[in-house]
Each structure stands twice: as C-alpha cells, then as structure tokens.
Design a protein. Structure first.
Length: 291
C-alpha cells in the first residue's frame, strides 16, 4: 500500500471512530454522562439499513431517514430507561446499565440478523478510483472524512453560535438555573442522546459498504471510539474527531508496515502513551476547582 493510499484509508477509518466519538461528546457536553452502548447504536443502524435499503429495497431518500429515526428512538430510550433513573438518584450505575443494554441489543441483532456478515452494496464502493498504479480507493473512502469533519463543524457551530446550542451546554453547568431560565432540561438531555445515536447511524451507513454488516460490528468500533473521545477530550468536538483520525492513521500504518498481528497492540499502546503525555486529551482542558 502506497503512503498516499494509507493516508486516505486511515482518514476514512479514523472518521468512523470520530463520528462515534462525537456521540460520546454530545451526551457528555449536555448531561455529563455517556452512552456506553454507542457501539450497539452503530450495529442497530447498520442492520436497519441492510433491511430497509437492501432487503426491502426502499429508496435512499426514505431508507436513510428511517435508519436515523430508528437510531434516534433508540438513543431516547437509552436515556429514559438506562440513564435518567440512576442520575435522578445520584447514582453512577448508568455506566453499567448502558453497557448491559448494549449487550442485550447486540444479542437481539444476532438473533434477528444472524452471525454471518452480509455485504451492503453501494455505488460509492463499487469501482475504485486509481490513486497510484495498481492501487485505488473507493469514492466512499474519500467521502467519509468530509462527512465527519462537516458534522464536527456543525456541532461546534450549533453549540457555540446558536441560542439552542448554548442553552443545551448550560444544562450540564447548572441544571436548576437552566430550568429557571425556561430550558427543558430533560428534553435537552434526551435530544443529546438521540443525536448521539444518529451519529452512530451515519457512521454505520458509511462503513457498512466497506466492512459488510454483522451483528458484532459495533463492538470494537465502539471501544476505539471511546478511546478517541478520551484522548481527544470529551468536551471538544474537534478534539474527538482529531483523535479519531489519529487512531485510524495509526491503525492503518501499523497494519501496513508491521502486519495485522500488531495492529491492536500498537493502536491501544498509542492510546496509553497519548494519555500519559496529555492526560486531559489532545484539546481537553483541566478542570477548575473553586476553593
């Protein structure tokens, strides 16, 4: 694999991690909690997309919004039944609850979809574009980083430049003051979980034509996305996207030059090194305590 081809492949893969990591960022920025079943949101989106678009043949204009709606509803249900009851009691057990829900959903997908991976045909992943002699990339691999960066930019602008975005950020700072200002705190947190799951749905639809669809596809993606969210700084949309891109590039170069046996070793060792050097993440900031 040429150097340029490795860069493009790594950015496409890293953008997938970044999109899922943006989901962790959204819920953390609004509620101070994260959805540890984010990987299952991706699996759900991919399986729903397979049935809607491939098996039932729905047009993309209907099928894609339907997939995102399914993911959004899933996100809202996660917040309502696996997060909110524990948060209201001041308990951190939502951590385990979201993990448990993710395992349940993955096993339901295994029962409904089966164990064998299935192809997800796409015009954007049918014919590669030649980059160098004898090697090329699919148009989808070029599109994925663009989509990821645009969504990161959109989240940044919405939360920093719009009234509703600023209001959502105010929820995590002081929920009681936000209520006094007329902000629907519960609605804002539920919306953040819906957006988080929809981002996973977007990632699923983009990655499925390249990696096929399986009932286990979201597990490793979810772990690496959370790693990207941590090393990027959970409070920074740009940070988590940058971290995702870095992880994707590290993974591809490790595979290319050392072999697939060392891929996961190098990738997660890099996560440890980055956190040791920058404990608050690439673009994160240390918390400030008032005395």
């Amino acid at each position: 694999m040429s150097f340029l081809l490795a860069i493009i492949t790594g950015m496409a893969l890293g953008s997938m991690y970044g999109l899922l990591a943006l989901g962790f960022h959204v819920t953390y920025a609004v509620s101070g909690t994260v959805n540890f079943s984010q990987g299952s949101s991706m699996t759900l989106g991919a399986v729903a997309g397979y049935f809607f678009l491939i098996v039932w043949g729905w047009p993309a204009a209907i099928g894609i919004p339907a997939v995102l709606l399914v993911c959004a509803v899933y996100g809202v249900l996660i917040e309502r039944f696996a997060v909110r009851p524990f948060v209201l009691r001041g308990s951190d057990n939502w951590l385990m609850a979201t993990v448990a829900v993710g395992i349940i959903v993955d096993n339901v997908m295994l029962f409904v979809f089966g164990k064998e991976p299935r192809s997800f045909p796409s015009m954007l992943a049918a014919k590669p574009i030649q980059i160098v002699e004898g090697a090329g990339v699919y148009p989808l691999q070029l599109l994925i980083p663009v989509v990821g960066l645009l969504l990161a930019l959109a989240l940044h602008l919405i939360t920093r430049r719009t009234r509703h975005g600023v209001a959502m950020l105010a929820v995590v700072q002081n929920p009681n003051a936000a209520r006094l200002m007329g902000i629907n705190v519960s609605g804002a947190i539920a919306a953040s979980y819906a957006v988080s799951a929809m981002l996973a749905g977007v990632a699923a639809l983009l990655i499925a034509p390249l990696f096929n669809v399986s009932s286990e596809m979201g597990t490793l993606f979810g772990i690496k996305a959370f790693a990207a969210a941590i090393i990027g700084g959970l409070a920074s949309a740009w940070g988590v996207m940058l971290a995702g891109l870095c992880l994707g590039l590290i993974e591809v170069f490790a595979t290319n030059y050392l072999g697939s046996v060392y891929t996961q070793i190098i990738t997660f060792a890099s996560v440890i090194v980055i956190l040791v050097v920058m404990p608050h993440g690439l673009l994160g900031r240390a918390g400030v305590k008032k005395v």
